[in-house]
Structure formats: C-alpha cells, structure tokens
Design a protein around this ligand. Structure first.
Ligand SMILES: Nc1ncnc2c1ncn2[C@@H]1O[C@H](COP(=O)(O)OP(=O)(O)OP(=O)(O)O)[C@@H](O)[C@H]1O
Ligand SMILES: [Mg+2]
Length: 371
C-alpha cells in the first residue's frame, strides 16, 4: 500500500477527558497529545482505563467532560462511522460468512469505492499483511494469527489517518505474538499512519512504541519513551510497572542534600532528597545492584545490604536472583554469565551507588496493581 501522501497520520489531543459511569470515573482527567504518525501505546493494569480511552477516540463512547481533537478538529459528538478511523480488537471480528477478500473490501464497499479500485486496494492491503494468497478463504479456515492479520488489512485498506488497536495479539501464543509485533512495527513504518495501541504487557509496549502512556486508575501517571520510563520513572507505580525493580523502604532521615533509609538495622544513603512530605523509597534497577558473597571487602563508599538467595533463575545470558533482605522484602539482581554464581540459601551482600537509586514518594497502590 502506498504510504499516505504526506507520510503522516492525524494528531490526537485529549484534554482533561473524564468518563463517568454513575459515580465512578473510568477516566479521571486524562490529557494526552499524540503526534502525527506516532506509535503511542496505552499501557496499564486491568481496569485502568485503556480501552475506555480507545473507545472515546473511536467514538464508541461519549466523553463526560473534556476536549477531544483528531487532526486538530473537535470530534466530540461525531459518530464513530464518520471519524474515518481504523480499529482492530483482541477478538478477530471478521464476518464469518464472507471470504477474506470480501471482509477486507467491506470498508471500501461502505464508502462506495468502485470495483476496480476496490480490487487493487484489497490486494495491496492483503500483501502488506502477507495474506495475499488467502483472499478466497473463509475466516474459519484460518489460524488466529492469520485472522488477526486479515483484521489488520481490513482496518488499513481505506487508508485511515489513525489506527486504533486494543490488545490485538492478546489471544495468540508467545512466538506468534513476537513475530506479529515486528510485523505491526513494519506496517506502521511503511504507512506513516498514527497508531494507538493498547496492551497490559510492558515488554510488548517496549518493542512497539515510540512513546508509552502509563495508566493507573483512570489517570495517566507518565508519558515517555521506554527508556525514559525505565531510567526516570516519575512515580513508584511507573517504576514498578516497567521492567524489574527493587524497592527499598525504611525509616527515613533527610538532611539538606541526602536521604538515608534504615532497613532492619542497615543504613543506605542517596545523595538527594524529596520535596514534600511523602515518605521516600529507593527504587533500583537490577543492573545497578552488584552481588557478592558475604564477608568480602567492600568498595569504599558503596551502600551495602545483606540478604539470602531465595530464588536463582538461569536465563542463558546470565542469571537472575531474588534476594531476601533482612526486613523480609525481596531484591532483584541480574548477574552476567561471567560473574560468580550463587545457590539457594547463600548469604550475600548487595552493593549499590546511592546515585543510582531513584528516590520516589511511597505509593501503596504501586504494589497491589501489578498484573
Ligand atoms: N459500560 C461500563 N459501565 C460501567 N463501568 C465500566 C463500563 N466500561 C468500563 N467500565 C469500568 O471502567 C474501568 C476501566 O475499564 P477499561 O475497559 O477502560 O479498562 P482496561 O484498562 O481496558 O482494562 P483491561 O486490561 O482489563 O482490558 C473499569 O473499572 C471498568 O469496570
Ligand atoms: Mg481493555
């Protein structure tokens, strides 16, 4: 399929969007700018408002309050079929009584596109998803992955400036999902259309997206590239949702420039302090924690915590350890293949540079809403 002439899709602006169901706000003041041609993923746990946001953009759900612009124009009150948006859902909503070819032609038939053009566009769309040889088959003669590729062809065949996808790979096995993720990425690049993609799988979000919006309880906690969310999480929830992490909690003392946490008698410090009154916690990524057997000489100035190996997982490229700390919490450490290896019950020490600890306000919902 030819890329869009300007090779760009539509911008989307959500401004303070609220969606209420009775007294409950499924969306609670969501603001988000999606750039033309961007691949934006809405990521978050079950019930956090991802599908509701997609439905609001598609026009399947009205907003209760706030503004919604597609391509710079307000679409509040515009019915779904007049928004010219392509949509793919988790469950392949193909028409069972139509062949693949007729399924994909359907949006063009609706739009009164003539037969010659229709044939050419259907062929192009099916080629793009590598289903060119299947036009004569019926949906029940296809695998799940093939049906989902047909659904994708049907959503792009009319060249929409915006494509919305709600967990389109959720029903597929891991291998197929990983392959289709790369296919979706390629199709996005070739079309130049704006993609908004919903998933609760953080790895999938990292593979696909230009940027990710992290949802929690009807709000967006942070928007950024995968790297920004991993390296600079704005909240404890985001830090825990993206990638592996260790959260250190303890009795906190702050002076003007640093924060110390006392954790079951051991003290660690970070060269920063939090503004505000919230209790500070330290978040550490696995690669920032060094592990070694207890009793070896420490590097000067490093923070140390003692623990016991509670789980050792061989990953091929190295090992991952869960280490039980003195206060009963669990730290996650990764160690390269070349490093020393440890077994269950081994007494170890974890060391880290205080500058590598992210200091964040504590948030009890961050632990309970993980999927
Ligand atoms: N029609 C409705 N009536 C009442 N509550 C609703 C309705 N639709 C959604 N909700 C509620 O709104 C919240 C957000 O739902 P939404 O479908 O957007 O979640 P989600 O992030 O897509 O979750 P999942 O990952 O499980 O699909 C949920 O608490 C849900 O129960
Ligand atoms: Mg959903």
């Amino acid at each position: 399929m030819n890329p869009r002439p300007d090779n760009r899709g539509a911008a989307i602006d959500l401004e303070s969007v609220t969606k209420a169901y009775g007294a409950f706000n499924a969306l609670d003041g969501v603001s988000l700018r999606i750039e033309p041609g961007e691949f934006m993923t809405l990521l978050g746990p079950s019930g956090s408002g991802k599908t509701t946001t997609l439905n609001v953009i598609a026009g399947f759900t009205d907003v209760t309050n706030g503004k919604l612009l597609v391509g710079g124009k307000s679409v509040v009150g515009v019915p779904a079929h007049k928004r010219n948006i392509g949509v793919v859902f988790q469950h392949y909503a193909l028409f069972p009584h139509m062949t693949v070819g007729r399924n994909v032609a359907y949006p063009l038939t609706l739009r009164g596109v003539d037969q010659m053009k229709r044939k050419a566009r259907v062929a192009e769309a099916l080629d793009m998803v590598k289903m060119g040889d299947f036009a004569h088959r019926y949906p029940n003669e296809l695998s799940g992955g093939q049906q989902q590729r047909v659904a994708l062809a049907r959503a792009i065949v009319f060249d929409p400036p915006l494509l919305l996808m709600d967990e389109p790979l959720g029903a597929l096995d891991k291998k197929l999902r990983e392959w289709l993720q790369l296919e979706i990425k390629r199709i996005h690049r070739e079309l130049g259309t704006t993609f908004v993609y919903v998933t609760h799988d953080q790895e999938e979000a990292l593979v696909l997206s230009d940027r990710i919006a992290v949802f929690n309880r009807g709000r967006i906690e942070q928007v950024g590239t995968g790297r920004q969310l991993y390296d600079e999480p704005a909240t404890l929830f985001v830090g825990r949702f993206i990638g592996d992490s260790t959260v250190l909690r303890g009795e906190a003392r702050s002076d003007g420039t640093s924060t110390a946490l006392s954790i079951a008698g051991e003290t660690v410090t970070a060269p920063r302090r939090l503004a505000g009154e919230a209790d500070p916690v330290m978040l550490l990524r696995p690669e920032k924690l060094a592990i070694r057997r207890s009793g070896q000489a420490a590097a000067a100035g490093a923070n140390r915590l003692s623990g016991t190996i509670a789980e050792a997982i061989y990953l091929g490229s190295g090992s991952k350890y869960e280490v039980k700390l003195a206060d009963g919490s669990t730290a996650i450490v990764r160690s390269p293949l070349t490093g020393e290896s440890f077994g269950l019950g081994d007494k170890v020490e974890l060391c880290f540079d205080g500058a590598d600890a992210k200091l964040l306000p504590d948030d009890s919902t961050a632990d309970t809403t993980l999927t």
